[in-house]
Design a protein around this ligand. Structure first.
Ligand code: GLU
Length: 427
């Protein structure tokens, strides 16, 4: 187990990496709000970063070793909270950025958690189910001292699902000698998961889009939507928005996308995806690339895949009036500046995609109380939190002449800073 404590590097606002984007956003918010320099310095670096080597047995009997990470950016407002991602491009800097965004996200939603993130640099599609289980259990064992219901609560993120959460919960529980459901969220309902968690991020994105349209005076049924990413978040969002009466004109996944001006049918796309594993090639729609999808003529663009897809290279070509960030960090710092100069209304990730962690919070509360809620209760409480957070950010943006991202950071960073100043510096 290695504890890394890195010296601070100056932010490069023109850099395209997630970490450069996250630092530049924090630095900008700190300047706008006149943040105390000591607190700013504390918030620029994660509280702890753990780097672990994850050896596991492949089905052919050989051994493979992957690199894993778990970062606690901040725990001043409560236990560290954040997902776990499996992707070949995962590295420490990416996990640090994602952990920092979790800190602000929890603060904006006013849920009593700090920010964390974990990742393993692996392509999970290249592993069998049993290899994935052995790798997950070994990763969980390596980060065991870092996690716990009062310490740090992992959850699903890119390429991780409720099976992976079950294995982590089981590994942790076996080590403790009793079941500890509150150690992870996004679990199956049968072992303490929450109703409504699976679709919570997408449902939150939908509520945020509705709040945005209401504020801008646009009717729900008038809008066309393009969604990049058709996984847990994008796929579900396409269905919810279609059911709500929006015209979903384009969707895509890693293999490519689809466009139909009159609107796509998510049910037909889901059936096609089940057969071939991708949305690409679904009959009745024109093919589009992922790059083309971002530049499609539509009202609302929902990047729901990876970081940094809108940057200085393409921000001037985005035609949507609204961009709602369902992914974490899909727009670079400089890309964001171009969009705001062009008058595009950007709803930032730390507001728009907080539905997932909000229902994770509900799950943790239900686990601790051993008292479970109906799906209607979960969805209604989620709606209230998302709408309140939107109104707070929108009001601040209006009052102070800020972008929605600047306002969300001001609120999120401000709440964390207030907690630091209230608690004082130890020792
Ligand atoms: N991975 C999700 C996110 O980025 C959810 C995290 C959680 O539920 O803890 O917000």
């Amino acid at each position: 187990m290695t504890q890394l404590n890195e010296p601070h590097l100056p932010a490069d606002p023109s850099g395209d990496s997630a970490w450069e984007t996250a630092l530049a956003q924090l630095d900008e918010a700190a300047e706008l709000m006149g943040l105390a320099p000591g607190v700013h310095e504390i918030l620029r670096a994660p509280k702890r970063s753990l780097s672990v080597s994850v050896p596991f047995r492949l089905d052919d009997g050989s051994t493979r070793v992957c690199q894993g990470y778990r970062v606690h950016h901040n725990v001043t407002r409560g236990p560290a909270k954040g997902g776990l991602r499996y992707h070949s491009s995962v590295d420490l800097d990416e996990v640090k950025a994602l952990a920092m965004w979790m800190t602000w996200k929890c603060a904006v939603a006013q849920i009593p958690f700090g920010g964390a993130k974990g990742g393993v640099a692996v392509d999970p599609k290249a592993l069998s189910r049993s290899e994935l289980e052995r790798m997950t259990r070994r990763y969980a064992s390596e980060i065991l001292p870092f996690i716990g219901p009062e310490r740090d609560i992992p959850a699903p993120d890119m390429n991780t699902d409720e099976d992976i959460m079950s294995w982590i919960m089981d590994t942790y529980s076996m080590n403790h000698g009793y079941s500890v459901p509150g150690v992870v969220t996004g679990k199956p309902v049968s072992i303490g998961g929450s109703r409504g968690r699976a679709g919570a991020t997408s449902r939150g994105v939908m509520y945020t889009i509705f709040s945005t349209l209401k504020s801008l005076g646009i009717g729900i049924e008038e809008v066309s939507v393009a969604i990049q990413g058709y996984g847990k978040v994008g796929g579900h969002a396409a269905q919810l928005l279609h059911d709500a009466g929006c015209r979903v004109v384009a969707v895509s996944d890693v293999d490519g996308g689809l466009y139909r001006d009159r609107g796509l049918d998510p049910e037909a796309i889901n059936r096609h995806k089940k057969l071939g594993g991708s949305v690409s090639g679904c009959p009745g729609a024109e093919p589009v690339t992922n790059a083309e999808l971002l530049e499609i003529d539509c009202d609302v663009l929902v990047p729901a895949a990876v970081e940094g897809v809108i940057s200085v290279k393409n921000a001037d070509k985005v035609k949507a009036r609204v961009v709602c960030e369902a992914a974490n960090g899909p727009i670079t710092f400089e890309g964001d500046k171009i969009l705001s100069e062009r008058g595009v209304f950007v709803v930032p990730d730390i507001l728009a995609n907080s539905g997932g962690v909000t229902v994770s919070y509900f799950e943790w509360v239900q686990d601790i109380q051993a008292y479970f809620w109906s799906e209607e209760d979960v969805n209604e409480r989620l709606r209230q939190i998302m709408e309140r957070a939107f109104v707070e950010v929108y009001q601040m943006a209006e009052d102070k002449g800020l972008t929605m991202r600047q306002a969300a950071h001001w609120i999120g960073v401000g709440r964390v800073a207030e907690a630091h100043l209230t608690r004082g510096l130890f020792p």
